[in-house]
Design a protein around this ligand. Sequence first.
Ligand code: RB5
Length: 165
Amino acid sequence: MAAPPRRIVLASDHAGVEMKRHLREALAEMGIDAEDLGTGSTASVDYPDFAAAVAGRVSGGTAEAGVLVCGTGLGMAMTANKFAGVRAAVLYDDASARLARQHNDANVAVFGARTMTPEDAVRRLRIFLTEDFEGGRHGGRLSKIRDIERKNSTGHGPGPEGQGA
Ligand code: RB5
């Protein structure tokens, strides 16, 4: 069991604002005074803006870990994983919460307010924050992710969205 990281930033879009409140309270119960980067209301906002705020802090090293909430968690994870060194994982069950740390050394926990209950999210956040990275063969795989990140940071994308599967 690891000691939970102390410098945590969290954010949500309008769909995740209520679940974020539950997560912030759980963090406070754990003695962690997490910094909330918004949004603060249910007025419609764009999830990439909030994912970028959290992922930028984790990528830049001014936060040890991040927490993100949107409707499904998907858009937040997609955006956060564009940042160098960020490994954001949607914690869709308790096993994924544990393995995201043990195998993937994930540094951003992502939740879906429309796809899981606040109780599930809080339990998974506690698991996520107290599990350790196992290293070993998993460390080599993370090095490959870093290599892929470096090789593909050309700034060229695949073109307009809506043309995939
Ligand atoms: C907002 O309606 C919704 O699209 C957003 O919260 C999230 O689910 C995106 O992935």
